[in-house]
Design a protein around this ligand. Structure first.
Ligand code: HEC
Length: 417
């Protein structure tokens, strides 16, 4: 009979890097912590990780890393990166026992990180024709850059990724699909950064408003889009892509020349994905109010499937939730993001599409903290209204739905009689 003590020894031996910690880093951290991605330092090798051991312990124990703000109990979400309690304890015990290296032979195979793109090799790469200069300081208006696709046939997009050349100053970017015949931004010249007319940032934002479908939203920490083999975004022949950028100066004059990579479906997918939004722009958040509620809601005009959520607020955002209220009154929360973190604008993707019937109400409820206890608050004395800059506020709940391939936004909103 074999002795039992070696088993106990295994159980009690401290975690080591190659066997216990590296697998966690590979699945939960390296997507951002590798060269040319959003995080400041790579965490690929023992030599890279060792100096950060203490900071890593703190970041995972306090759940600051990986960034994930959905309260537990909703979802499941396919892009949930949060660590299990067991994983947190493994990292903590590893650091507490001196961060031992272990044996390289115990390392799992290195994941295949393709340099650059996080999607398959793009079928098409579109680039801003000129670098956009960003001053060292001040506010930069939202810039709109029209990029004609030149497509002579309809294209179905399976994957899409926006890669800024300078991530430090891209606060967010939205890529819109402007279909032929659209009357949106008629004066914008292809490739030339354009700011809609208006005397105030708010007017310029409103004059840049569109109902065009969104291809993707980029923000620091966001993932590339991959709708999978059965779903895609439609770019009709002759469409333009319009890139809307919010650049935020960071003390150094610099520039950005973003690239957009697209992977196409070879045939029409089973479902089309469209991005919708519920928003409220009529609020006034009183000075000092720690818990100000703003809501928005709408009713599904047709049966559909919900795919993902993307809440958007600014520095006073405290929490954001999505609820559905069935035609028979049943109410259910699908996602609660709390605390909301302005620096991490994330999408939350349902692991399974959620079918919803026509007549179902979708409700977004946001809370804002305009008190001085909010460390991000630019000015607790201010009554805060809707506006594009970070010291103003926004309340938008984006969500993606799946519809039949022949249904666009217009058709989806035709209510059956
Ligand atoms: C979605 C991208 C992303 C993922 C995933 C991610 N990080 Fe980070 N991490 C960042 C960025 C960006 C920063 C720098 C900005 C900041 O601190 O918020 C950062 C900062 C850090 C820091 C420095 C924190 C400090 O206090 O200065 C540590 C340590 C860290 N990450 C560890 C991890 C570990 C460990 C994981 C996986 C368990 C992980 N990160 C997953 C993007 C990411």
């Amino acid at each position: 009979m074999p002795p039992v003590w070696p088993l106990m020894l295994v159980a009690l031996s401290p975690p080591n890097f190659y066997r216990d910690v590296l697998p966690i880093l590979q699945t939960r951290c390296q997507q951002c912590h590798r060269p040319a991605e959003v995080a400041p330092m790579p965490l690929l090798t023992y030599r890279q990780v060792r100096p950060w051991a203490k900071a890593i312990r703190e970041a995972v124990v306090l759940r600051k890393m990986p960034p994930w703000f959905a309260q537990p109990g909703f979802g499941p979400f396919s892009n949930d990166r949060s660590l299990s309690q067991h994983e947190i304890e493994t990292v903590a015990r590893w650091v507490d026992s001196g961060a031992p290296e272990g044996n390289p032979h115990d390392a799992p195979p290195a994941p295949h990180w393709v340099g650059g793109w996080n999607i398959h090799t793009p079928d098409l790469i579109l680039q801003m024709p000129h670098p956009f200069p960003i001053p060292a300081t001040g506010d930069v208006d939202y810039q709109y850059i029209v990029i004609p696709t030149g497509f002579t046939e309809d294209k179905w997009v399976e994957m899409a990724e926006l890669r800024p050349s300078n991530r430090a100053i891209v606060h967010h970017a939205v890529v819109y699909i402007r279909e032929p015949g659209s009357s949106w931004l008629p004066e914008a010249k292809p490739g030339i950064p354009y700011v809609p007319p208006g005397d105030t940032p708010r007017e310029r934002l409103i004059n840049g408003w569109t109902t065009s479908d969104i291809l993707l939203v980029y923000s620091p920490g966001s993932l590339a889009e991959n709708w999978g083999p059965a779903m895609g975004k439609l770019i009709k022949a002759g469409s333009d892509l319009v890139l809307q950028f919010h650049y935020t100066p960071n003390g150094h004059a610099t520039s950005d020349q973003s690239q957009l990579g697209l992977v196409f479906h070879r045939a029409t997918p089973k479902q089309r994905v469209i991005t919708l939004q519920l928003g409220n722009d009529r609020f006034v958040i009183p000075p000092g109010d720690p818990h100000y509620r703003v809501a928005a809601w709408g009713t599904m005009p047709n049966d559909t499937e919900l795919l993902s959520f993307f809440p958007h607020m600014h520095l006073r955002g405290a929490s954001f939730e999505y609820n559905i209220i069935d035609p028979d009154g049943g109410r259910r929360t699908l996602l609660r993001v709390a605390p909301y973190n302005f620096h991490w604008q994330l999408s939350y993707r349902l692991a399974q599409p959620l079918p919803v019937k026509a007549g179902t109400k979708l409700e977004c409820v946001a809370y804002f903290d305009n008190s001085r206890n909010n460390p991000n608050n630019p000015d607790p004395e201010e009554a805060v209204r809707f506006g594009p800059q970070s010291y103003e506020e926004m309340m938008i709940g984006f969500f993606d739905i799946a519809v039949p391939p022949g249904t666009g936004k217009d058709k989806f909103f035709v209510r059956p009689r």
